[in-house]
Design a protein around this ligand. Structure first.
Ligand code: FES
Ligand code: FES
Length: 156
């Protein structure tokens, strides 16, 4: 066991983990933060995406011990109290989820992507979000929601 500290959604945690435990399992099983989903567990679907130091990462492909001392944000930490994040609101407005399984990863990934500042067009947003799969066909709504927030951000 290795003792690590993680700051998750503004709370400090100290936990003992085995060296091979993924960040996803640590979040879900140990911290009971089940927003990040285990889709493929192989880095292929994006359902487990969380933000680490503001950057999007696949928590299924990340060992918890690698993130010792890091700051992690999961979907549970995205809203500002009762006030939903603009992307959460836009997802609701654009019917951007059906089963909702991919949604936490999509939203975390979109926040990370917008922070990267590389997406300038709808096609670029699509390309940069291509690591997040939705099996339900909500993709158009997802991209619409992200575009709305991206363009809203530009007007500010
Ligand atoms: S669960 Fe991590 S990429 Fe699919
Ligand atoms: S809404 Fe069902 S997988 Fe995306």
């Amino acid at each position: 066991m290795t003792n690590i500290t993680l700051k998750v959604n503004r709370h400090q945690y100290s936990l003992d983990v085995l060296p091979w435990v993924s960040l996803l399992d640590a979040l879900r099983d140990r911290l009971k933060l089940t927003g990040a989903k285990k889709g493929c567990d192989h880095g292929q679907c994006g359902a487990c995406t969380v933000l680490c130091g503001g950057k999007r990462i696949l928590s299924c492909m990340t060992l918890a011990v690698m993130k010792d001392g890091s700051e992690v944000t999961t979907i549970e930490g995205i809203a500002n109290g009762d006030e939903l994040h603009p992307l959460q609101k836009a997802f609701i407005e654009h019917d951007a989820f059906q089963c909702g399984y991919c949604t936490p990863g999509q939203i975390c990934s979109a926040i990370g992507m917008l922070g990267e500042g590389k997406a300038h067009t709808r096609d670029e947003v699509k390309e940069l979000m291509s690591g997040n799969l939705c099996r339900c066909g909500a993709n158009v709504g997802i991209i619409d929601a992200i575009m709305e927030v991206r363009e809203g951000g530009n007007r500010e």
